[in-house]
Design a protein around this ligand. Structure first.
Ligand code: ADP
Ligand code: MG
Length: 320
C-alpha cells in the first residue's frame, strides 16, 4: 500500500460530514465556510512515542489520546470542537495498527461531530501532530487571564490517577490488576471535558486544562491573571484507588504534580458560584472547590487549616 492509497483507505472514511466544510481531504488545502459572529479557536498538540505515551500503548488508545488532548484545549477555551487535521509519522505501514489507531481517532471525532479535514502522512519514528479548531460565540471564549483575587478555584473530576497508572507501568508502585485497569483507562482514554467547558463560558472568569499537573497549570492562570492562590490540600479530589494505594502525602504530591489529567481548572467569582455548581450538577460533571485566589502573586498550600510547604519542584514530571 502506497501513501495515497493509505490516505484514501484510512482517513477519508469518516461518517461525519459537516456542512461548513466546503472541501475536505483530497485537495491541496481544506476549505471552510466562514461563520458570522463567531470566533474560531485553534490548537496543536504533538504526541511522540516513548515521550508522551509508553511504546507498548494500544494503537486505539494513541488515536484516542491524540484527539483527546487537543479537544481538551478546545474545552478549556469554552469552545465547541469542529475540525481536525492529522499529521502522522509512521515507522511502517501496518494495516492492523492504522485501523485500530483510526478507530480511536474517529470514535471521539464522531461523538463530538468533528470532521477530519486534512493532514500529512510521512515515514519515520512514530509521532502524531493534531491541529484542532473549535467555535465560540464572538468574544465569549475563556482565557487564562481574567481571574481576580477573591475568585474561587475549581477543578473537574479527580486528580492524579493517570500519573498513578504511569507509576505502576514504570514499576514505582504496584497496583492490583482490576484497579490498575481502571486507572489505565484514565491514562490511555482521557475524556476531554468538552461539554463542561462550553457551559463554563457563562460562569468562569478563567480556565485552563490540566496537562502538566495542577501546580504548573495553576501557575499559568496566576501569571496570566496577575494573582496568587491558596490551595486547600485536604480538598483535592482523589479517587478511592489513589487513597487505597498511596499514603496521603504521596497521593497529594501526585495530584499536585502528576500530568495527563485533562480535567479543567477554572475560577469563579463569589456571585457565579451557585449558578456554576447547579449547571455542572445538571450536566453530571463533578466539580470540587480546591482553593481561592488572592493578590499575593504566589501559590501557597494549607492542610488542616495550617500552612504547609510541599516540594513539587523536585518531583518527577512523568510526561516530559
Ligand atoms: P500535498 O502533497 O498537497 O501535501 P498530500 O499528498 O500530502 O498532499 O495529501 C493529499 C490529501 O490527503 C490532502 O488533502 C491532505 O490534507 C490529505 N491527508 C494526507 N495525510 C492525511 C492524514 N493523515 N489525515 C487526513 N488527511 C490527510
Ligand atoms: Mg503532504
Amino acid at each position: 500500500m502506497k501513501e495515497f492509497e493509505l490516505i484514501k483507505h484510512f482517513f477519508t472514511k469518516q461518517a461525519v460530514k459537516r456542512k461548513d466544510v466546503e472541501l475536505g481531504i483530497g485537495d491541496d488545502c481544506a476549505v471552510l465556510a466562514p461563520i458570522e459572529n463567531q470566533n474560531i479557536v485553534v490548537t496543536t498538540d504533538t504526541l511522540v512515542a516513548g515521550v508522551h505515551f509508553p511504546h507498548q500503548t494500544d494503537a486505539k488508545a494513541i488515536g484516542h489520546k491524540a484527539v483527546a488532548v487537543n479537544l481538551s484545549d478546545i474545552a478549556a477555551m469554552g469552545a465547541k470542537p469542529s475540525w481536525l487535521s492529522l499529521a502522522i509519522t509512521l515507522p511502517e505501514i501496518d494495516e492492523a495498527w492504522i485501523t485500530s489507531f483510526c478507530e480511536g481517532v474517529f470514535e471521539l471525532c464522531d461523538f463530538y461531530n468533528v470532521e477530519l479535514i486534512g493532514g500529512d502522512t510521512t515515514q519515520g519514528p512514530l509521532s502524531i501532530t493534531i491541529t484542532a479548531q473549535g467555535i465560540t460565540p464572538q468574544n465569549s471564549y475563556l482565557k487564562r487571564s481574567g481571574a481576580k483575587a477573591g475568585d474561587w478555584l475549581y477543578v473537574t473530576g479527580e486528580l492524579g490517577d493517570a500519573a498513578l497508572a504511569l507509576q505502576h507501568i514504570t514499576g514505582k508502585v504496584d497496583i492490583e490488576v482490576q484497579a490498575f485497569n481502571f486507572i489505565r483507562s484514565k491514562l490511555d482514554y482521557p475524556k476531554p471535558r468538552v461539554l463542561a467547558g462550553q457551559m463554563l463560558r457563562e460562569y468562569a472568569s478563567s480556565a485552563i486544562d490540566l496537562s502538566d499537573g495542577l501546580v504548573a497549570d495553576l501557575g499559568h492562570i496566576c501569571q496570566a491573571s496577575n494573582v496568587g492562590a491558596n490551595l486547600v490540600l485536604d480538598a483535592l479530589p482523589l479517587s478511592t484507588i489513589m487513597r487505597d494505594n498511596l499514603l496521603n502525602e504521596d497521593a497529594i504530591k501526585l495530584a499536585l504534580s502528576g500530568g495527563d489529567d485533562y480535567e479543567l481548572l477554572f475560577t469563579v467569582s463569589e456571585d457565579n458560584k451557585v449558578g456554576m455548581e447547579t449547571a455542572m450538577s445538571h450536566a453530571g460533571t463533578p466539580v470540587t472547590c480546591i482553593g481561592q485566589l488572592n493578590a499575593s502573586h504566589t501559590i501557597t498550600t494549607t492542610l488542616n487549616n495550617k500552612p504547609i510547604s510541599i516540594n513539587t519542584e523536585g518531583f518527577e514530571h512523568f510526561t516530559d
